[in-house]
Design a protein around this ligand. Structure first.
Ligand code: UD1
Ligand code: MG
Length: 451
C-alpha cells in the first residue's frame, strides 16, 4: 500500500454533550474518543494522519498520538467551526496536493476497526468509497439516498423530507476519496441548509451529478460505526468497547467472571490463567502475571503484578508486586511501592512509596509510608510510620526479621536494626540497634531477658 493519508475531523463543539470539555476528549475505557480513531488508522497501516482540531483538542494531540502509537500525526486548527465540509477545506489547505487516496473520518467513531478502514480503502474504484450501515430508526444521522442500487446523495436528518427520514441506511462518517476529485468538489460547497453549515456530505451529490463513481461499503454492524453525539451514546459505546477488550483477554485465556462489571482499558498485559472477579477496574498499562486472582472490588492502575498473586477488595497504583503476594481485603498500595515475593498485606493496610522485602507481614491496620522493610519482618496491627513532621517527609528503615509490636508509632527519620523488637504501644523516637528490644513512650531499651 502506498503511503495513505487520513484526515480526522475533531474540531466540532459537540454541543449535544453539554460539556465544557470538547466531545472528542471525552473518555471511554480510559482513553479519549479520538484516541481510538488514531489507533484504528495505525492498525490499518495508514501512514500519515492530520487532525482538524479546535485549540483545546490541538494541545492534547501529541500526547494522544504518542499513546496510540502513531508517529506521524499532525494537527491543524479550525476556527471558527463552520461544519464538516469547512473542516475538510482547512485540512486540504494544509496538505500539499497528491494524487490518489485520501481518507476522511469523523473523530466520534471510537468503535471503528482497522479491518473496515482497509475494506473501504480497497473498495474505492472512482471518486469515493463511502461507508454506510443499516440503523434503527428514528435517528438523527445522515441518510443515504439511493437511486436504484446507486448512491445518489446524503441528506442530513434536519434537512430530510418525511420519505427520506424513513430511510434506514446511514452515513457512517468514513470516506475514502480520490484526492483530486475531493478538491474540486469541495470548492463548490454552500451552506444553504438547516444548520447554516458547510457539509462534507454535500460532495456526494456533487460528484454523482458530475458522473463520478461513488461506491457504498456496507458495514456489518451499525454498532461498529456508531457516532457518539451525546452522553447516552457515550455510555453505550463504552460498554461495547469494554466488552471487546474483555473478549480479547478471554480469548487469550483470562477468566473474567463478569465482563459487565469488569472495566478494562486498552494495552493491558494479562497472562493466561489470570482470574478477574467482579467490580474490578484495570488500567494505565497494568501488567498481571499468570495464575493471579484480582478482585472482587479492586482497582489496578499502572500496576505490575507478579504470578500467583491474590488481591481482593483493594487498590494498587504505580506499584510493583512480586510473585505470591497477598493484598487485601481493603488495602491500598501506591506511590511507587515495591512488594517482594510473598509479602502479605491484610485488612486496612496502606503502603506508600515503600519497599517491603520478601515475606514481610502486615496483616491488619497499618500505615507504612516512605519505609524500607527487610525480609520476614512482622508489622503488628496498628503500626504507623510517622513520616511527616508537619513540614517534611522522612524515611523509616527497618531491618530483616524484626518484630514491630502492636500499635507501634515509628517516628521518622528512624532506623530499626535486623532482628529488633518494639513492644506493644511503643512510641519509637530513637534508632534501635540490631537485636535491640525497646518499649514504652518514648520507647526505651527493655531489661535483658532472663534465661
Ligand atoms: C455527521 C454527518 C452525518 C453522519 C454522521 C455519522 C455531516 C454534515 N454529517 O453528522 O451524515 O451520519 O456524522 O456519525 O458531516 N467537526 C469538525 N468541524 C466542524 C464540525 C464538525 O471538525 O466544523 C467534526 C466533529 O468534531 C466530529 C465530526 O466532524 O468529529 C462530525 O461532526 P458531528 O457534529 O458529530 O456530525 P453529525 O451530526 O454526527
Ligand atoms: Mg457525530
Amino acid at each position: 500500500m502506498s503511503r495513505i493519508r487520513a484526515v480526522i475531523l475533531a474540531a466540532g463543539k459537540g454541543t449535544r454533550m453539554k460539556s465544557a470539555r470538547p466531545k472528542v476528549l471525552h473518555e471511554l475505557c480510559g482513553r479519549p474518543m479520538v484516541w481510538y480513531v488514531v489507533r484504528a488508522l495505525r492498525d490499518a497501516g495508514v501512514a500519515e494522519v492530520l487532525i482538524v482540531a479546535n485549540r483545546e483538542v490541538a494541545e492534547r494531540v501529541p500526547v494522544i498520538a504518542g499513546d496510540a502509537g502513531h508517529d506521524a500525526v499532525d494537527v491543524v486548527i479550525q476556527e471558527p467551526q463552520l461544519g464538516t465540509g469547512h473542516a475538510v477545506q482547512i485540512a486540504l489547505a494544509k496538505l500539499a496536493p497528491r494524487s490518489g487516496t485520501l481518507l476522511i473520518l469523523n473523530a466520534d467513531l471510537p468503535l471503528i476497526e482497522a479491518a473496515l478502514i482497509q475494506r473501504a480503502i480497497e473498495a474505492r474504484n472512482g471518486a469515493l468509497a463511502l461507508v454506510t450501515a443499516t440503523m434503527p430508526l428514528p435517528s438523527s444521522l445522515g441518510r443515504i439516498v439511493r437511486r436504484g442500487e446507486r448512491v445518489a446523495k446524503i441528506v442530513e436528518a434536519r434537512d430530510a423530507s418525511a420519505d427520506e427520514l424513513a430511510l434506514d441506511e446511514m452515513n457512517a462518517g468514513l470516506y475514502v476519496y480520490d484526492e483530486a476529485k475531493l478538491r474540486s468538489a469541495i470548492a463548490e460547497l454552500g451552506n444553504d441548509n438547516a444548520q447554516g453549515e458547510y457539509y462534507l456530505t454535500d460532495t456526494v451529490d456533487r460528484l454523482v451529478r458530475d458522473g463520478e463513481r461513488v461506491v457504498p461499503v456496507l458495514a456489518d454492524s451499525f454498532l461498529s460505526v456508531m457516532g457518539i453525539n451525546d452522553r447516552s451514546e457515550l455510555a453505550t459505546a463504552a460498554a461495547l468497547l469494554n466488552r471487546r477488550i474483555c473478549e480479547h483477554h478471554m480469548c487469550n485465556g483470562v477468566t473474567i467472571a463478569d465482563p459487565s462489571t469488569t472495566y478494562l482499558e486498552p494495552d493491558l498485559e494479562i497472562a493466561a490463567d489470570v482470574t478477574i472477579l467482579p467490580n474490578t477496574t484495570i488500567g494505565r498499562r497494568s501488567k498481571i502475571g499468570a495464575h493471579s486472582e484480582i478482585g472482587p472490588n479492586s482497582r489496578l492502575l499502572a500496576a505490575e503484578i507478579g504470578e500467583h498473586v491474590v488481591l481482593m477488595d483493594s487498590i494498587v497504583s504505580d506499584s510493583t508486586l512480586g510473585d505470591f503476594v497477598h493484598v487485601g481485603p481493603w488495602a491500598h498500595v501506591r506511590g511507587g511501592s515495591i512488594l517482594d515475593t510473598g509479602v502479605h498485606l491484610g485488612d486496612y493496610v496502606e503502603v506508600k512509596a515503600s519497599h517491603l522485602g520478601a515475606g514481610v507481614n502486615a496483616r491488619h491496620l497499618a500505615y507504612l509510608g516512605d519505609a524500607t522493610i527487610g525480609e520476614r519482618t512482622n508489622i503488628g496491627a496498628g503500626t504507623v510510620t510517622c513520616n511527616y513532621d508537619g513540614k517534611e517527609k522522612h524515611r523509616t528503615k527497618i531491618g530483616k526479621d524484626a518484630f514491630i509490636g502492636t500499635n507501634s508509632s515509628l517516628v521518622a527519620p528512624l532506623e530499626i536494626g535486623d532482628g529488633a523488637l518494639t513492644g506493644a504501644g511503643s512510641v519509637v523516637i530513637r534508632d534501635v540497634p540490631p537485636g535491640g528490644r525497646v518499649a514504652g513512650n518514648p520507647a526505651k531499651p527493655l531489661p535483658e531477658k532472663e534465661s
